[in-house]
Design a protein around this ligand. Structure first.
Ligand code: GDP
Ligand code: MG
Length: 437
């Protein structure tokens, strides 16, 4: 299949860098067949793994013995003719195969995300599915993986397309009302039908927006900041929860200056735990900068754990959600919503269970949600606002204006699946992809 916009054959390693048993090189583009003929002789039967000797066509020298797969387009990942070379995983093998491919005419290394970009351009995937794929590659926890897989399989796109189709139907009805404006009974009836459709979609979108969880946050995780006075035991608690010595602990007040983050997986939900410099008045300029960063972290957090040592102060100058945790329970401490000892381990499991519960309440597990990105929410808000304007309009007198608001609503929805305005999103999205994807 020839892609007239970009006739180059692209290639890239599709498996990770470094020494491994196997490394996979992907090739895509209209002359992939010619590439295979030159590098491995006969082209194998479609979609069947076949052992081939790879050779440098310049001098006939052998590069490797590989499993070669040939995927003729359009039923391939990119929609173009494609191949995969499953080579031995040595660095030198991979380097020589990439060198030889790069010397073939019309063949060049792929840019980040370029295979997926071609899949999108050739209609093999929609924009929301590409986002799902990006998320699947980045997924670190179960909930993230399941959410990404649902998006990749098109759950968001299906719901959004059904809404969009219905709005287009409401728009067509409104245009029919314009055509029949001299027959008022017909026109009144189609206006009523159009409104009913618009109202129903508006309500469905509103109920999606009104859900308490923010599933688009599942990609970043739920942020918990450990704050409190110096020596409260923040760094010790961080290390206990991370089960490693991530932060330096000492009896010297003001030890922590940098903001240290640890990623936890609590029942599949990603939780980011942030250790900070203790809040106090300080003359030390480095500590002052640490305290400034503490405040910035608190402002970005979902939850602040205020660590209160025995005889310590209650939380001060903190806005947002705060949970007071009494520390050093082994020394006797009963202040706080919860008490624990990072040293003896008492109360740690209760804290973890509580954090998991809070995280699930805020970001959810992603299941049953259409929104998976902030831009989806923005597009749904815009759609709802356009529908509200359409529903508030005087359709009897100004049917054209109402039809225009419906058209704008459909357009806002189309941005989610990439039917409209795709270029704005693409460059940002693909910049985060790895080469070979
Ligand atoms: N007895 C006791 N000491 C603790 C506990 N947690 C921390 N400490 C001690 O308190 C001091 C300050 O701890 P650190 O984690 O550096 O506090 P931070 O300044 O809030 O980060 C260190 O000497 C720790 O060993 C605890 O649960 N029990
Ligand atoms: Mg500390």
């Amino acid at each position: 299949m020839t892609n007239i916009n970009d006739p180059d054959v692209i290639f890239a390693p599709a498996s990770g860098a470094g020494r491994a048993a196997v490394s996979i090189v992907r090739v895509s583009g209209s002359w992939t067949r010619a590439v295979l003929e030159q590098v491995c002789g006969a082209v194998p039967p479609p979609r069947r793994a076949s052992v081939r000797r790879l050779r440098d066509p310049a001098d006939g020298s052998e590069l490797d013995q590989a499993l070669v797969l040939w995927f003729p387009g359009p039923a391939s990942f990119t929609g173009e003719d494609m191949a995969e070379l499953h080579c031995h995983g040595g660095r030198s093998v991979l380097a020589s195969v990439l060198r030889v491919l790069g010397q073939l005419p019309g063949c060049r290394p792929a840019d980040a995300g370029e295979f997926t970009r071609r899949a999108l351009m050739n209609g093999r995937m929609t924009l929301d599915q590409v986002e799902g794929l990006a998320d699947l590659i980045d997924a670190e926890t179960e909930a993230q993986r399941r959410q990404a897989l649902r998006t990749l399989e098109g759950e968001t796109g299906q719901a959004v397309r059904a809404w969009r189709d219905a709005i287009i139907q409401a728009m067509a009805l409104m245009e029919a009302a314009i055509d029949f404006s001299d027959e008022s009974d017909v026109s009144d009836r189609v206006i009523a039908d159009s409104r009913a459709v618009a109202q129903s979609i508006r309500d469905q979108i509103e109920s999606e927006l009104a859900k308490p969880q923010r599933p688009e946050r599942l990609r970043e995780g739920y942020r918990v900041v450990l704050a409190g006075p110096p020596n409260a035991g923040k760094s010790t608690l961080l290390n206990a929860l991370a089960r490693r010595e991530a932060a330096i602990v000492s009896p010297i007040a003001g030890t922590t200056r940098d903001v240290i983050e640890v990623h936890l997986d609590l029942g599949g939900v990603p939780v980011i735990l942030v250790d900070t410099a203790g809040l106090r008045e300080s003359a030390d300029v480095i500590e002052q900068e640490g305290i400034r960063r503490t405040r910035a972290s608190i402002a970005e957090s979902d939850l602040v754990l205020w660590l209160r040592p025995p005889d310590g102060d209650p939380p001060s100058y903190i806005e947002g959600q705060v949970l007071v945790v009494g520390t050093k329970a082994d020394l006797g401490n009963s202040d706080g919503d919860l008490t624990l000892s990072a040293q003896s381990g008492v109360g740690i499991d209760q804290l973890l269970a509580l954090l998991q519960q809070r995280a699930e309440e805020t970001v959810g597990s992603g299941a049953g949600h259409i929104i998976t990105r902030e831009r989806h929410r923005a597009a749904l808000i815009e759609t709802r606002d356009c529908l509200d304007r359409a529903l508030a309009g005087d359709a009897e007198a100004f049917a054209e204006l109402v039809a225009e608001d419906l058209r704008l609503a459909a357009r806002a929805l189309g941005r989610i699946t990439g039917e409209v305005g795709i270029e704005d999103v693409l460059d940002r999205l693909f910049a985060g992809f790895c080469i070979g994807k």
